[in-house]
Structures are given as C-alpha cells and as structure tokens.
Design a protein around this ligand. Sequence first.
Ligand SMILES: [Zn+2]
Ligand SMILES: [Zn+2]
Length: 357
Amino acid sequence: MKRILLALAAILIAAGAAFYFMRDQIGLAIFQRATHAAVTSDLAPELPDGLTAAFCGTGSPLPYRNSAGPCTAVVAGGKLFVFDVGDGAPETLALMGLQPARIEAVFLTHFHSDHIDGLGNLAVQRWATGASTAPIPLYGGEGVERIANGLREAYALDTGHRIAHHGPEVVPPGGEGYAAHPFVMPEGQESAVVYDKDGVRITAFSVNHGPVRPAFGYRVDYKNRSIVISGDTATSPNLVRVAQNADLLIHEALAPNLVGIMGSEAESQNLNGVAHIFHDIPDYHTSPSDAASEAQQAHVGALALTHLIPPIPVSVIEGPFLGDARNRYDGPLWIMRDGDIIILPAGGGIERRHVLR
Ligand SMILES: [Zn+2]
Ligand SMILES: [Zn+2]
C-alpha cells in the first residue's frame, strides 16, 4: 500500500513539474484553440430557420459591468437586423458569435444617447472584418440622417488612417459608416412597413416616450413567426394593437419602487440633479407589471423584459423588480441577460438559450 502511495506521489510531482516547465506551451495551445474558436464562430448557421432574438444589450444609462447599453438583434434568413446599438453592444454581439458582416440593417427606436453610443464602433467592426463596400443602412425617424452624417464626420480621420494602413482592398473606401433611411408615419397612421425583402417584413409603430419624438417600436415578421420590440415607451395602446398575437414581445422595463429608492438615496445625499432625474424617468418608461398587462391584452406567446432599470445584479432582487407582473400575464415571462437568445423556429415552438462565449 505504502509503495503504491509513494508511486502515486511521484507521478503527481512529475506531472506538476512537467506542467510547471511546459506552462508557456500549454498557455499558447489554449490561446491557439480559443483564437480558432473566436475566428470561426458564427452563430447564424447553427440556428433553425425562423426568427431568433439575440440580446446584445439589456442595460440602460445606469452603469453596470454585466450588461451593454440597449441592443436587440434579430436573425432572420441568415441575416442580422440590429435594433439600437448601446455602448458595449458590438463587443457583446461578437462574443455571441454574431458576425458584423451579416448585418443587413440597423434600426433605431429613438435617439437617446444610450441607444446609439455603440454605432460608430459597430460600423468600424463591419467595415474592417467584412470588407464591406457600402455603408450600413440605418433606419429611424426623422433626424437619423444627422446621426449618420455626424458619425461619418466624427470617424473621417480614423477612416483615412485605416485605408492608408491596410489598403483599399481590405477596407474599401465608401464602405464605412452608415447610410440614413429616415421615415415618417403617413398622415393619420401609427404604423408603417419600413423594410420588406426576402420574406422579412419590419413594421415601425409609434410609441409613447414623450417628450422624445419620434419614438418607435418595431415588429418583425418572417415565416409566420413574429417578434415585437417595444423601444422606450410608457404604456402604449398602439403597441398593444400592433403586438396582437405576436410570438414574442420584447419590452423595456423600469421598476418604479426600486428607482424610488435610488431617488430618495440621491436626495438624502443632496444630489438634487440626480434625484430630479430619478423622479422624472418613470413617466416615460413602463413598469414590469404594466408590461405584463400589455402582454396579456395583446395575447403574445412570451414576454421578455430588457432595458432593465435598475440593473439586477443578484437574483433576489428579481421579485421586487417584477412586482406583481407574474400575476398579470399567463405566458412565459423572462428577465433577459446579455448573451441570451430566444429561438422561434419556423415550424413553431420557442426556446431560450445563453450563447455568450
Ligand atoms: Zn429613451
Ligand atoms: Zn433607453
């Protein structure tokens, strides 16, 4: 027995020594493997035909390390449609295996800074990794052309540097930045189809985020499946109308009770400006309970909460965040995290997965 133990100890010591002396080679091998996985990762072909919602940013302007600013992507027919691009969202998309070269178009719900902070970076990623020869189509309400033109100007020096360094074959001149597609609602209408190609139909609809105007949500239809993205909005009868019988409603959520605590805390520290903001924001967002009521009225198949205000760092806060939301809606209700996807296969069904690498 003693001899066996001694032999075992000798083997362990030898293995430890081998690991110690070979640690650089082991590190390099791990790095090589991770690099291979990162370079070849492409989630879209792994998904079934149908619609997939990808949560590339479930955060808000409140700082939180674990979530990017607002961003929801939809994969349809192998193409990527991105709705809002908050700070950190391009990195999260990459870590989910969603390649910028697959981006067909970006859609903005409105022009609050947290919804556009990642736009410049996303365009550079697509241009540099996909050798794109045309800018990304950027859809939004009136004013979106100012954002596209402003970004182009802000990145003009960078564009020149990269073309000079890598050459026009790698980073084709004219392929950088965004091309604006502004739209307005036709007189007397509160929704309009803004994209319709290869079976993917995207409808913009007015929401209630005043004084922010224009402010839109979007409905995506493809192969008999449908996803509705609320954008930023207080409760909105128009959203309930457009979302009727959708398979998935992705809704923003602000918990007034928790934001109230934050406001009181700011007030007690004499941070009056901050306290004022916390007091102002609940009136143009939707509480989880009200989002659940709207999901029920619209008879949607599932409700996914995003744009979480405040962030939820530990699961024990989920209950206070949701309030009585679960009593108001019969279907599946999920609080989303960055890196989650919800798959709606063309044939039916729904599945939630986490794909952040
Ligand atoms: Zn907003
Ligand atoms: Zn927002």
